[in-house]
Ligand binder design. Structure first.
Ligand SMILES: [Zn+2]
Length: 420
């Protein structure tokens, strides 16, 4: 017997249309027909096809339905936190000043190298629940706080365990997140270690786990040429590129992403107009991270309007990480997209759903058109714009009973019981 259900009693349904760029459908008095956990039909309840007349009903409780959010850029797993340096920054120290004194990412690398796989998993699970409660149904997660083979391998093993428990994740290898302290600033030697030893060995130890690799291409870290060599090594291993590009200064990261046909170029606060045009032509998804700009107190917001005008399908992400954006809330990012990046509500919504999913190669996430996975959020609002307009309101979606929560809950309860 096929599992068929109809989600009824919806005030409305809001979903990007995967066939029409930037179009967000807004269907009042909607219904959603689901077969085997996928959308089969959407429209006004009054127009429900006769073939669905006998299917079991699920009560939407008068809510607005939307697809779950997708977060295409997180650094989910790391040891320790950086709340101490946060106060130093409030007293005037810059991110770069803290980093040059051995703090910043170096502090997180030290703590991550000391963490066991079990400790990394134990710290990741509650973070994933925090994302989940706020409506994120799929995340991209990076390694990158190990900066040596063994610690990067433990991060990969921890992601493998979280996936085994049922979390919907894509893993990106980022051993080139910063120069490893062992190389004493020798970026060339560090590049060779990543490209020739670490990436091949990580893929050998964790076959089938990672889909992407990433490099922090930035002045004083990895150059465009070094990034290119690491990405080419990754591609030989089946990993497609995602690029930390033009974040603190213009380095040509966006141009590199276009040249490589990367899945995404991320940050882009200092992206050139030539880089924007090149990304549009190469269908590279620009992933913008306004939470980081806010948290670092910077004034250079990513040029979302120019990217949209250049023809790019812009995505939004949290950049969840301990140093520059410890935020698990997609609504905060949506609000910053509207208020600081000057995106319309519909643009920001498509960016955090459809375009985010596309940057990860998932055509069945980020929308509720036929074929989509039935990851449906139910929002108790009169009008979806309220999610952005009531700017401090901690809206939490309800989940239509068909998503991954039911599959996860028994396992997580079991894990909690075992840990006691
Ligand atoms: Zn990042």
């Amino acid at each position: 017997m096929l599992d068929r259900r109809v989600l009824m009693n919806l005030r409305g349904l809001l979903t990007p249309d995967p066939a029409r760029t930037w179009v967000v459908d807004r269907i009042p008095d909607a219904a959603l027909a689901l077969e085997e956990g996928r959308v089969a039909w959407l429209g006004r309840a009054a127009d429900l096809p006769a073939a669905w007349a006998e299917a079991p009903r699920v009560d939407g409780g008068g809510a607005w339905a939307s697809p779950g959010f997708v977060d295409p850029h997180t650094h989910l797993l790391f040891g320790g936190d950086r709340s101490g340096e946060f106060n130093r920054r409030l007293q005037g120290a810059s991110y770069q000043e803290i980093a040059s004194g051995g703090g910043g990412i170096r502090e997180t690398v030290r703590a991550t190298r000391l963490a066991t796989v079990e400790e990394l998993v134990a710290s990741g699970a509650p973070r994933l629940w925090a994302f989940r409660e706020r409506g994120v149904v799929h995340l991209e997660c990076k390694t990158g706080y190990g900066l040596d083979l063994e610690a990067e391998s433990r991060l990969a093993a921890a992601y493998a365990e979280l996936k085994r428990r049922g979390w919907s994740l894509d893993v990106t290898l980022l051993p080139a997140h910063d120069l490893a302290p062992e190389f004493g600033g020798d970026a060339e030697a560090n590049t060779r270690a990543v490209a020739e030893v670490w990436l091949p060995e990580l893929v050998r130890r964790h076959p089938g786990l990672a889909r992407f690799c990433d490099v922090f291409v930035e002045t004083g870290v990895f150059s465009v040429d070094q990034g290119r060599r690491i990405f080419e090594a990754g591609r030989r291993l089946g990993l497609s590129p995602r690029v930390h590009a033009d974040e603190l200064s213009w380095t040509g990261g966006a141009e590199l992403a276009a040249e490589l046909g990367a899945a995404s170029a991320d940050h882009l606060m200092f992206c050139s107009e030539a880089g924007m045009r090149a990304m549009a032509a190469a269908a590279v998804v620009p992933v913008l991270l306004p939470g980081t700009t806010l948290f670092l107190g910077m004034r250079d917001w990513a040029p979302a309007r120019k990217l949209i005008e250049a023809g790019c399908q812009v995505a939004l992400a949290t950049d969840f990480n301990p140093g520059s954006c410890p935020c698990t809330d997609p609504l905060t990012i949506l609000r910053l997209g509207c208020l600081q990046l000057r995106m319309t509500f519909e643009e920001a919504f498509a960016a955090m759903t459809l375009h985010a999913a596309r940057s990860l190669g998932h055509g069945d996430l980020g929308h509720l058109h036929p074929g989509a996975r039935a990851e449906v959020l139910l929002w108790d609002v009169d009008e979806p714009l309220e999610l952005v307009y009531w700017v401090g309101e901690p809206f939490r979606p309800r989940f239509m009973p068909n998503g991954i929560t039911e599959r996860l809950k028994p396992q997580m309860t079991q894990v909690a019981a075992e840990e006691k």
